[in-house]
Ligand binder design. Structure first.
Ligand code: NAP
Length: 318
């Protein structure tokens, strides 16, 4: 089956491409700017919001299924440029869903836990969203555009961590980087989340496709935690000093966009639909550590480098 993954250079997209290949999909990847010369699948760089870009990508990939991870996912960048955030996070998903619906191709669209305001927590799919910043507002608009355009589409509200191609995309990488350098850092004790390991989430998204799920699902860890406790558990898992992480409140962080505090989502609907429990964040952390010790990180990041460039480097050394 030919699977088109948008945002294939992103934190989720890259790990999803990896898992999809493991599961036997023929992956076709798209990103905006960053090429992947060493990727073991065809990929293109194109701004999907450009005129005719979707048609060109569709003709090239001829997908049997699409997972749309591409987004303007930097919360403060969205606050600074709301028009661009809306174009990428709301208009583009609607256009892609229209294209997929016309072709009768299933689509899983990636949304965010941040569509909720985070005051109460414990949100189900039936709870009314109430986004608190530009990023979340445009992501909610994207969800609605997708579902209006494509009755066979699924929307997955997610939160995740993992290894990124550049090393700087994930909260977990940020904690690890500081721990390795022995740098003290702050962890919020008043921000709750339910993250999945990106690879675990990828497997869940592929299972959603396989089951033909439609509508909105929360694809999050069944157990939740604070960002501080997550950092401490990460330090312990990797054998670093957890005291380097200082408890702090998000109010003191000086962030541009307001951040919701209690983004705890219930994933019971998806658990029932898949007929098995979702992995939790602690199992994800253990698996993330195993990836670190078994060379997964290097293998993934080798996609950024052309095998030809490597051959040339060897030749020069000789
Ligand atoms: N990270 C999280 O913890 C988190 C939490 C909740 C929800 N989400 C959602 O999960 C999804 C994936 O997030 P992520 O963190 O993996 O994102 P990311 O690392 O920021 O990657 C974004 C991807 O989208 C591509 N992209 C952006 N604009 C594009 C455009 N106009 N045309 C084509 N490609 C474009 C980027 O390409 P280039 O690299 O070439 O620019 C990149 O591949 C997003 O929908 C996000 O809203 C993320």
């Amino acid at each position: 089956m030919r699977l088109l993954i948008t945002g294939v250079t992103g934190l989720l997209g890259a790990n999803l491409a990896w898992e999809a290949r493991q599961a036997g999909f023929a992956v076709w990847g798209v990103a905006a700017r960053r090429p992947l010369p060493g990727a073991p699948f065809p990929m293109r760089t194109v701004d999907l919001t450009a005129p005719a870009a979707l048609d060109a990508v569709w003709a090239w990939a001829r997908p049997d299924a699409v997972i749309h991870t591409a987004a303007l996912a930097h919360v403060d960048a969205c606050e600074r440029d709301p028009a661009r955030a809306r174009e990428v996070n709301a208009v583009l998903p609607g256009a892609l869903a229209t294209r997929a619906a016309q072709a009768g191709v299933p689509l899983v669209h990636i949304s965010t836990d941040a569509v909720f305001d985070g005051t109460r927590g414990d949100y189900t799919e039936d709870d009314p969203p109430n986004p608190r910043n530009v990023y979340a507002r445009t992501k909610l608009e994207g969800e609605r555009a997708v579902l209006a355009a494509h009755p066979g589409a699924a929307v997955a509200r997610v939160n995740f961590f993992g290894w990124s191609l550049t090393g700087g995309r994930s909260l977990a990488e940020w904690f690890l980087d500081n721990l390795q350098a022995g740098r003290p850092m702050r962890g919020f004790t008043d921000v709750w989340f339910c993250p999945l390991l990106a690879n675990h989430l990828a497997q869940v998204l592929l299972a959603m496709l396989a089951r033909g799920l439609t509508g909105v699902y929360h694809a999050t860890s069944p157990q939740c935690t604070t960002k501080y406790a997550f950092g401490v558990a990460l330090a312990q898992t990797f054998g670093y000093d957890p005291d380097l992480i200082r408890p702090a409140t998000v109010d003191d962080a000086g962030l541009t966009a307001p951040r919701p505090r209690r983004l705890t989502l219930r994933s019971d609907k998806l658990t029932q639909a898949l007929g098995r429990p979702l992995p939790d964040w602690r199992a994800g952390l253990q698996a993330w550590h195993r990836q670190f010790t078994t060379g997964y990180t290097e293998d993934l990041r080798a996609w950024l480098t052309s095998p030809l460039e490597d051959a040339h480097a060897d030749y020069c050394l000789l």
